[in-house]
Ligand binder design. Structure first.
Ligand code: ACO
Length: 406
C-alpha cells in the first residue's frame, strides 16, 4: 500500500494479491471443472454429456438430455419413463405462480421479466425446496428429486402460460401424455402440435441445453456454491440470461433478414451497415472462431420446418443473406474469423414455430434450464464457495469531513 502525505491526506491503495492476476471479463480464467459440456471454439465442436451435439440433436429427446446431464449417463427405457412421469407430474403451475404471471401480463411485463418473477415461486408446494442440500451425497436420485424436475417442468409451463396471457388468452392445462417440447407448444397454442413442429422445438431445446461456463450458468454456479437452493440459483441465472450480451439478442438477427427483404439487396444493405460501424447480428462469437456447430444443427431443423410456401421463401432468403454476410465480413473484417453463430438460425427456427420475438429468450431459458440445474449440482458437490478478489482502485481518506462542511 502506498501512502500519500499532505493535507486531507489521501492514500492510494495498491493491493498485493500475490499470484492472482486481474482478468476483466474472466475470459482466460478457468473457474470450474465440468463433465457437462466441452465447447471447442477452434474446432467448432460442442460435446454435451460426452456426446456430439449433432448426435444428440438427431437421436435424443430433451428428457434424455436432461437425464444425461443430471446423471452422467443415458437412462434405460425404464428410467426414462420414470423420469418423464416425474417431470410431467409437476407441469401444472402452483396457483400463486399463475397469479404472478397474470399480474405480470396486466402490467405488460416483458416475457423474460414475467418468467423471472414466476421462477422465484417454482418451489411452492415442494417438500424439498433446498434440492441442492438434499442432493449433496444423494446425487444418484437427482432425476426424482422434487426441485429439479419441478423446475424443469414449471419453466416450460410458465413460458407457455405467459405466451398466452400476454396476448389476452387463457392458460391451457398441461397434457401429461405429451413429451416436454410437445407439451410446451400445446400449452402455448391450445392444440396438440404436429410431430414435425414438436420435434423442431425439441431440437432447439437440446441445442441450447448446455454450453460451458456461459454468463447465466456461471451466475447459477456462484449462487449454488454458497449452499443456497436450486430455485434461487435458477432465478439468478434468468437475470443473467436476459441481457443482450447473452440471451437477449436473437430478435435482431431476424429483423436484419426482414429489413433486407430480398436476396438481391443483401450486399448493399450489409455493406452499408458495416460502413456505419454496425455489427451484423448472428455473426461472430467470443469462443467459436469457426462456424458455431449449433448454427448447422438449427439450420437443418429450420430447413425441415420451413419446407414450403412463405416459410421456404424466408429460409432461402436467410441462407442467401448468410452467404453474402460471410463473404462481405471476410472482406471488410479480414482475419477476425467471423462466422455464423447460434442466434442466426435460432431466430429463423423460433419464428418458423410461430413464436413472437419477445418469446425467444424465455424459450432459450426453458432449454438452458437442464444445464443450469446440472451445473448447480456439480458446483454444490465441490463444497467450495466461488469468491474471487477485487482490486481496489479508490482512495483511503485520513480526514473525516463533518457533514456541514461537505
Ligand atoms: N459484425 C461485424 N463486425 C464484427 C462482428 C459482427 N457481428 N462481430 C465482431 N466484429 C468485429 C468487431 O467490430 C471487431 O473489429 P475490429 O477489430 O475492427 O474492432 C472484431 O470483429 C472483434 O470483435 P470483438 O467485439 O472483440 O469480438 P468479441 O469476441 O468480443 O465479440 C460478439 C463477440 C459479441 C458475439 C460479437 O461477434 C458480436 O457483437 N456479434 C453480433 C451480435 C450477436 O450475434 N450476438 C449473439 C452471439 S451468440 C451468443 O452469445 C449466444
Amino acid at each position: 500500500m502506498q501512502r500519500l502525505h499532505g493535507p486531507g491526506a489521501l492514500r492510494l491503495v495498491k493491493e498485493n494479491f500475490g499470484m492472482a492476476s486481474f482478468d476483466p471479463g474472466l475470459a482466460d480464467v478457468v473457474a470450474a471443472e465440468t463433465r457437462l459440456s466441452h465447447v471447442d471454439g477452434a474446432a467448432g465442436e460442442l460435446i454435451i454429456g460426452g456426446y456430439r451435439l449433432e448426435q444428440l440433436a438427431a437421436e435424443a429427446t430433451y428428457e434424455e438430455v436432461a437425464y444425461l446431464l443430471w446423471h452422467g449417463r443415458l437412462p434405460t427405457a425404464e428410467e426414462l419413463a420414470r423420469f418423464q412421469e416425474a417431470a410431467a407430474h409437476y407441469r401444472a403451475l402452483p396457483p400463486l405462480t399463475g397469479e404472478v404471471l397474470r399480474q405480470a401480463a396486466e402490467n405488460r411485463s416483458a416475457p423474460i421479466d414475467a418468467l423471472r418473477m414466476a421462477a422465484a415461486t417454482f418451489d411452492l408446494g415442494l417438500e424439498a425446496a433446498d434440492g441442492l442440500a438434499r442432493a449433496n451425497g444423494n446425487n444418484g436420485n437427482l432425476a426424482e428429486n422434487g426441485a429439479a424436475p419441478a423446475i424443469l417442468a414449471r419453466m416450460a409451463s410458465a413460458v407457455a402460460t405467459y405466451g398466452r396471457l400476454q396476448v389476452g388468452l387463457s392458460p391451457v392445462a398441461p397434457d401429461a401424455n405429451l413429451g416436454h417440447a410437445a407439451n410446451l407448444l400445446y400449452m402455448l397454442e391450445g392444440v396438440a402440435p404436429e410431430p414435425k413442429r414438436a420435434r423442431a422445438l425439441e431440437i432447439y431445446l437440446i441445442t441450447v441445453s448446455e454450453h460451458g461456463l456461459n454468463a447465466s450458468t456461471f451466475a447459477a454456479r456462484v449462487i449454488a456454491a454458497t449452499g443456497s437452493d436450486l430455485v434461487s440459483a435458477i432465478t439468478g441465472a434468468l437475470g443473467a440470461l436476459k441481457g443482450p450480451l447473452h440471451g437477449g439478442a436473437p430478435g435482431p438477427a431476424l429483423d436484419m433478414v426482414f429489413e433486407i427483404g430480398e436476396a438481391s439487396r443483401a450486399e448493399e444493405v450489409l455493406r452499408a451497415k458495416l460502413a456505419q460501424g454496425e455489427r451484423l447480428m448472428g455473426f461472430g462469437h467470443r469462443v467459436y472462431k469457426v462456424r458455431d456447430p449449433r448454427a448447422d444443427v438449427l439450420a437443418a431443423a429450420a430447413e425441415q420446418l420451413l419446407a414450403h410456401g412463405e416459410g421456404k421463401a424466408l429460409y432461402d432468403l436467410a441462407k442467401a443473406v448468410e452467404a453474402t454476410a460471410l463473404r462481405v465480413l471476410a472482406e471488410v473484417k479480414p482475419g477476425r474469423k467471423l462466422d455464423t453463430n447460434v442466434e442466426y438460425f435460432t431466430a429463423l427456427l423460433l419464428h418458423g414455430l410461430g413464436l413472437n420475438t419477445d418469446m425467444f429468450t424465455p424459450v432459450f431459458a426453458a432449454g438452458r434450464t437442464v444445464g443450469w440445474i446440472a451445473h448447480c449440482y456439480e458446483q454444490a458437490a465441490t463444497g467450495r464457495i466461488i469468491r474471487p478478489q477485487a482490486r481496489y482502485v479508490g482512495e483511503v481518506l485520513d480526514a473525516w469531513t463533518p457533514r456541514a462542511a461537505r
